[in-house]
Design a protein around this ligand. Structure first.
Ligand code: PLP
Length: 385
């Protein structure tokens, strides 16, 4: 049957709540107006609550997750410092490239795609690098590695790094864990945390978010390393209810309006809801004969390997014919991985719809999946059976 609407079921961009769309459809406010200042304060309070940093200070930048990571890195890491980049997926590898692009010597700590990076492996690399030359100035980590579906244990990784290199700055890509999985920047001893609007924050693409630790705020790299991406300057301005340069005012209005959809019951309830939706999707995939790819699955995305002889791009295309946009695998994982996601404005109804669509799609590509297999598994998780 031909679909009459299209749905985003990929790990960004995501389905956006109607209240957010309405807020963004209003005529833009002037960014120096009092009305905008009020919206900025509200938008920043949504971010502080999502970051689980009460009264916290998260900078709103215009751009995307990559912009925000670059800004966070330049606001945190001194020029020329040695960097250890821990990566087991596409996004983590991007941060190694970013550090090299800015002229930093980089040591890579890697694991195969799908694996969770062991905290000890990262700490050993940091200790070894520190013993053989300049101390390590920064470590880049990825919390939810969207390319592989792995939720890395950033709390344990950061603790292991701190034990061997207490001064190294810890810069964390939380683009698909922010507002999705438990994330406690202060308690975990992180120095910079990065997120983006089109993932767990229920907005379209166009904003990036950066939280910095007190020690980074107290000792920014001198002189500043960027003008457009000066997070310290931006935090100073935003605390006072303004931005340094013209922000994406429509998206800020959307963010201010996103509170009820995200935080009606508080951030811990949000994490629990996301965990349940993620688990339901993974259970649906496994019940349909697919294999979980991630050693430690992220609730942001269900990375599922299709059986030998089945083409993952064919599965993605069969979803698209039904009006549903899921993600496929990236790079080497393209032939065998699918990555459906309920990261956006989604609830149990969407999970059941996706599970049922998965059954139809897998049957279409020739797999022997009984109708109801994936939906039943999802329902059991959702209903707490
Ligand atoms: C999407 C994503 C990014 C990049 O975000 P852009 O907004 O595309 O720049 C970085 N890291 C992770 C883990 C992501 O999922």
């Amino acid at each position: 049957m031909k679909p009459v609407k299209t749905r985003l079921a990929a790990p960004g961009p995501v389905e956006v709540p109607p209240a957010v769309l309405q807020a963004m459809a209003r005529p833009p406010l002037h960014h120096r107006s009092d009305a905008f200042a009020t919206q900025l304060v509200e938008a920043r309070s949504v971010l502080a609550d999502l970051a689980a940093v009460p009264g916290g200070d998260v900078a709103i930048l215009s751009g995307n997750g990559t912009t925000a990571f670059e800004a966070a890195f330049l606001a945190t890491v001194p020029r020329g410092a040695r960097v250890v980049a821990a990566h087991a997926g596409k996004f983590g590898a991007r941060w190694a490239t970013l550090a090299r692009t800015h002229g930093h010597p980089v040591v890579d700590v890697t694991a195969p795609w799908g694996a969770a990076l062991a905290p000890d492996a990262i700490a050993d690399a940091v200790a070894e690098a520190g013993a053989s030359g300049e101390p390590v100035g920064a470590v880049t980590l990825v919390h939810s590695e969207t390319s592989t579906g792995v939720l890395h244990d950033v709390a344990a990784q950061a603790a292991a790094v701190r034990a061997v290199a207490p001064h190294a700055r810890i810069v964390v890509d939380a683009v698909t864990s922010f507002g999705v999985s438990e994330l406690r920047p202060e308690a975990w001893g992180l120095d910079a945390v990065v997120a983006g609007s089109q993932k767990g924050v229920l907005l379209p693409p166009g904003l990036g978010f950066v939280w910095l630790s007190d020690r980074v705020r107290a000792a920014p790299p001198e002189p500043a390393r960027s003008v457009a991406l000066d997070v310290h300057g931006e935090l100073d301005a935003q605390k006072a209810g303004r931005t340094r340069t013209t922000p994406a005012v429509g998206l800020v209005a959307g963010l201010a309006a996103a509170r009820p959809a995200l935080l009606a019951e508080g951030v811990e309830a949000l994490w629990a809801r996301r965990a349940r939706l993620g688990a339901a999707l993974l259970a649906a995939g496994e019940a349909a004969g697919l294999t979980a790819f991630a050693e430690r699955p992220s609730p942001a995305v269900a990375a599922l390997r299709v059986p030998e002889g089945t083409s993952a791009p064919d599965v993605v295309a069969a979803f698209a014919r039904r009006g549903v946009r899921i993600a496929g695998g990236q790079d080497d994982a393209k032939p065998f991985l699918i990555r459906p996601s309920l990261l956006g404005f989604a609830d149990a109804y969407d999970a059941l719809g996706l599970a049922g669509t998965l059954e139809a799609v897998l049957r279409e590509v020739g797999l022997d999946v009984p109708y109801g297999a994936a939906s039943a598994a999802a329902a059991e998780v959702l209903e707490g059976a």
